[in-house]
Write a protein that binds this ligand. Structure first.
Ligand code: GN1
Ligand code: MG
Length: 468
């Protein structure tokens, strides 16, 4: 019987490229391919790893009979491959492993879904979304193809107190639900996240390997975007986040727990950044001197909002803290539906939310765009966001809060640059990366955006002032 292995070939391939892992990689591929764990000795093309078989000669295809001419000491099946045959078999092996791995994973996930009060026959469980922190899956149900559930494994390295996270989410979603119902909205299950309870009560499941899981209703017929497409959509996004703040404005802050202490505390982020610049990977520090200096030069100006908070000139509110464009769900007509990703809902400043939104809603490129020429700020998107946001939140904002909205866009883009770069220097330990150098690519895109905001700062301030 084949045993389950987590280090399937592609992972091994990506981890390191040296002779030893090449041999291991090929061996694994063949073992998996032929369901054989023993009695198979393989000679690999382009390399001579195996001392017992150093005489091997490549022949066409699998060759068991004609070779070796001189019997090897141990009685083993010898396989000699040409590069072409090898490539073919290797490809088949990867496909096989992928299918096998997926089906094992799906079975394991089904067991977890079953802990929650879900109904219906599960037809598929597939990765969902583009978040950098949690593992997220969509659970499809046979009788309800548009509905289903979202299963999420909480990243407990980032959220060390998942009970606090779920406590906040329970409170916030119930509060918003009440508000929506009170204002006569009928399809509330599409307007706010609905956590699904465990069969035995509670909102999160800890599995045998101590992984923590939670489940939400999947919001039917929604769309998400990683980049804005037009002004109407950006306006809708601004409205959604403005309304979110407005709805939480009467929830007592003392009821909310701090899920990541100092999450948007710039002094803490600067401290972590300095630490990474001192103790991070030497080669990476040398490689990013330009970025490190550029960020260092802006430190004092970027601390302005923090100082306003410390002196009490701006109030602490319950804010979202992760107001990216892809944390708003839109309906099929492009109208804002629901704000998701409530893990970091905590006391903070309105600038945390406004600034972080501008960072993603107005960027003409991607958050991690490799082509920096594509990254800049779209001022009509900026205006549209301000319009939507202020329409909902204007009445709760003080004049001082409004005066610093434009600066908050620069400050949040600055903080994000610090965080991506610190993670790069530390060896990519926080954000999930999709290729080596991904955090550096993200840093450079964010710095480019920040510089564009500096160039357009006067215009940004003018737009906000005009909005009243
Ligand atoms: C992370 O969960 P996700 O991918 O939306 C991060 C945010 C960053 C964002 C950058 C808990 O958000 O703070 O702004 O990446 N969340 C956490 O894209 O660190
Ligand atoms: Mg998040």
């Amino acid at each position: 019987m084949l045993t389950i292995r987590s280090n399937w070939p592609v992972n091994l391939w990506l981890k390191s490229w040296d002779a030893k892992s090449y041999k291991k990689l090929l061996h694994k591929a063949f073992q998996n391919l032929f369901f054989i764990k023993k009695n198979l000795e393989v000679s690999y093309p382009f390399c001579n790893f195996n001392n017992d078989l150093h005489n091997c000669r490549p022949e066409r295809g699998l060759c068991q009979k004609s070779w070796p001419k001189r019997p090897v000491q141990r009685k083993k099946l010898c396989v000699c491959l040409t590069p072409g045959t090898f490539a073919g078999l290797f490809f088949i092996s990867i496909v096989f492993n992928f299918a096998f791995y997926s089906s094992v994973l799906m079975d394991q996930l089904k067991v977890i879904v079953d802990q929650f009060s879900v109904t219906g026959i599960i037809t598929d469980i597939a990765p969902l979304g583009s978040g950098h922190i949690h593992e997220t899956y969509r659970v499809a149900i046979e009788s309800d193809p548009d509905g289903g559930y979202v299963l999420q494994q909480i990243n407990t390295h980032v959220f060390r107190d998942p009970e606090a996270v779920m406590h906040n989410i329970d409170l916030v979603t119930a509060h918003i639900q009440k508000k929506l119902t009170g204002s006569g909205i009928s399809d509330t299950e599409r307007r706010v996240l609905t956590p699904v309870k465990l069969r035995n009560g509670g909102l999160m499941h800890r599995d045998q390997s101590d992984k923590v899981w939670r489940c939400f209703l999947y919001i039917r017929n929604h769309k998400t975007y990683d980049r804005a497409i037009n002004e109407e959509q950006v306006y809708e996004g601004g409205k959604a986040y403005g309304m979110f703040l407005q709805m939480l404005s009467d929830l007592p802050a003392s009821h909310i727990r701090e899920t990541i202490p100092g999450f948007h505390d710039l002094d803490l982020r600067l401290h972590q950044f300095d630490d990474a610049c001192r103790n991070g990977l030497r080669m990476r520090i040398d490689e990013t001197r330009r970025e490190i200096n550029l960020l260092g030069e802006r430190k004092d100006e970027m601390r302005t909002i923090l100082e306003l908070g410390k002196s009490g000139e701006i109030p602490l509110r319950i804010v979202h803290h992760d107001t990216k464009i892809n944390n708003v769900l839109f309906d099929q007509n492009g109208k804002g539906l629901c704000v998701i990703d409530l893990d970091t809902v905590m006391p903070g400043y309105v600038h945390d939310d406004f600034g972080d939104s501008i960072r993603t809603f107005t960027n003409t490129g991607e958050e991690d765009d490799a082509d920096l020429k594509r990254v800049s700020i779209n001022l009509s998107f900026f205006e549209a966001y301000v319009f939507g946001f202020c329409e909902q939140a204007r009445s709760m904002l003080s004049q001082v809060e409004k005066d610093y909205l434009a600066l908050s866009a620069r400050a949040m883009t600055y903080m994000q640059s610090l965080r991506f770069l610190a993670d790069y220097l530390n060896g990519d330990v926080y954000y999930r990366i999709h290729h080596p150098g991904h955090n550096l690519q993200r840093t450079r895109a964010q710095i480019k955006l920040m510089l564009c905001m500096e160039d357009n700062y006067d215009e940004m301030k003018r737009i906000i002032k005009n909005m009243g």
